[in-house]
Design a protein around this ligand. Structure first.
Ligand SMILES: N[C@@H](CCC(=O)N[C@@H](CS)C(=O)NCC(=O)O)C(=O)O
Length: 423
């Protein structure tokens, strides 16, 4: 008898059991017509999981909830398979990485992603802490997979399945290339896993998120859908009908809402510019010597003062910048949150001074003549800075632009503690 899994078709927690089933050759089928917020709130469902959460696995001996427990159950449902390792220490390590994937990776991706999707309150310091904790965890994972193809031993184990499903939510929804490139071995590990045939069968073609979902506008927090009372004589849903598995679509693995059409960014509607932002970013990145003559000259050759504008910024509360790494992290967080403007902006942020308090000053190039409204609305750091449009007819201001682009030191008479680039 097939095991029946209650969950929607795009739930990454359900994928853990489905991929496990592929590896050991047992049949796990998704229940038919599952509707998030409805099917999981019926009295029958609440008997299986009192929290009304998915996934739940129906077995001949009763239901099991919690996706890791379900995946373990499926993995153990066939004796002598390698998903659980072959020695006590392998078993210990597999459990270790399962907990790590859940508590250090998944929990922090969730704290970053869900508030941005309107589930729970969006609080910038909470987000910052989640991103910092996630980076710490990815850093540790990166070191481990530098010299290990799999988390434990020499083949895919349950730890790889659970880790990959958790990373899948991050990679497909919020961890853009610019975020993950700091962890190249995690990238390699993830892409290797999702391209294994048993993963691919369930996940389909995986695509990395191209942007971080914007901060929700200040509208009421989304509530879980209520269970609609059913008309007495309405025929009961055939809860146990099952459907064949289909590869997942890349969409929100949590609530499975219909995707809303993305409104066009007003900056895309501006008259075309002769300046190609990516060309400038490439020139900046590829110029290793003779920066003034190559990159700076190239910048002004390309610069289109009608299609773009330049802005100086200065942190309003420099006197608070008394600890070097806290100041640098603050700027790092700002650049992270600017991810949503990557198509429309380039920036340099300098942390200046030999002694605290450090000064934070920056230069930004934005598409259009104003600082884009969506950036002001969605990146709370903007209001922590004083902004002044660069007057390019003033040679002194132009020279200041040059010095900021090239990390000129000393800058305004002081050494640089750090220089970060947003590109
Ligand atoms: N720790 C649980 C998490 C389950 C969970 O949060 N499920 C979400 C969907 S991915 C859910 O059912 N939410 C509905 C609700 O909270 O009522 C697991 O791994 O199974």
């Amino acid at each position: 008898m097939a095991l029946v899994l209650h969950a929607g078709k795009t739930n990454k927690n359900a994928f853990k059991a489905l991929i496990t089933a592929e590896y050991i050759g047992v049949e796990v089928k998704l229940v038919e017509n599952f509707e998030m917020g409805v099917s999981n709130k019926t009295p029958e469902f609440l008997k299986m999981n009192p929290l009304g959460k998915v996934p739940v696995l129906e077995t001949p001996d009763g239901p099991v909830f919690e996706s890791n427990a379900i995946a373990r159950y499926v993995a153990r449902s066939k004796a002598d398979n390698h998903l659980y390792g072959s020695t006590l220490i392998d078993y210990g390590h597999i459990e270790q990485w399962i907990d790590f994937a859940s508590m250090e990776i998944d929990a922090n991706i969730g704290k970053w992603f869900y508030p941005r999707r309107g589930f729970g309150n969006y609080l910038p310091p909470t987000e910052e802490a989640a991103i910092a904790a996630l980076k710490r965890a990815l850093g540790a994972l990166n070191v481990h997979v530098t010299s290990n193809t799999y988390l434990v031993g020499h083949s895919v184990s349950l730890a790889d399945i659970i880790m990959t499903c958790n990373l899948y939510l991050g990679f497909s929804q919020i961890m853009t290339k610019s975020f993950t490139s700091e962890f190249p071995h995690v990238e390699r590990y993830f892409w290797t896993m999702v391209n294994q045939p048993n993963f691919k069968k369930i996940l389909g073609e995986v695509k990395q998120a191209e942007s971080v979902p914007p901060v929700p506008s200040k509208k009421p927090v989304a509530q879980p859908k209520e269970t609609k009372p059913k008309a007495k004589d309405e025929p009961k849903k055939e809860a146990k009908k099952v459907v064949e598995k289909q590869p997942a679509k890349v969409e929100d693995a949590e609530e499975e809402e219909a995707p809303k059409p993305k409104p066009k960014n007003p900056l895309d509607l501006l008259p075309p510019s002769k300046m190609i932002l990516d060309e400038w970013k490439r020139l900046y990145s590829n110029t290793k010597t003779n920066f003034r003559d190559v990159a700076i000259k190239g910048f002004w050759d390309m610069y289109d003062p009608e299609g773009y504008s330049l802005w100086f910024c200065e942190y309003k509360y420099n006197e608070e910048n008394t600890v070097s790494f806290v100041t640098m992290n603050k700027v790092g967080g700002f650049l992270q949150r600017m991810d949503l403007a990557r198509k429309y902006a380039f920036g340099k942020m300098l942390v200046i001074g030999a002694e605290p308090p450090f000064k934070v000053k920056g230069l930004w190039l934005f598409r259009g003549q104003e600082i884009p409204q969506f950036v002001i609305d969605e990146c709370y750091d903007m209001e922590l800075y004083e902004w002044k449009k660069v007057d390019i007819s003033d040679e002194a201001q132009k020279e200041r632009v040059n010095q900021m682009i090239e990390d000129c030191e000393p800058f305004e008479g002081e050494p640089l503690l750090d220089a970060k680039c947003f590109k």
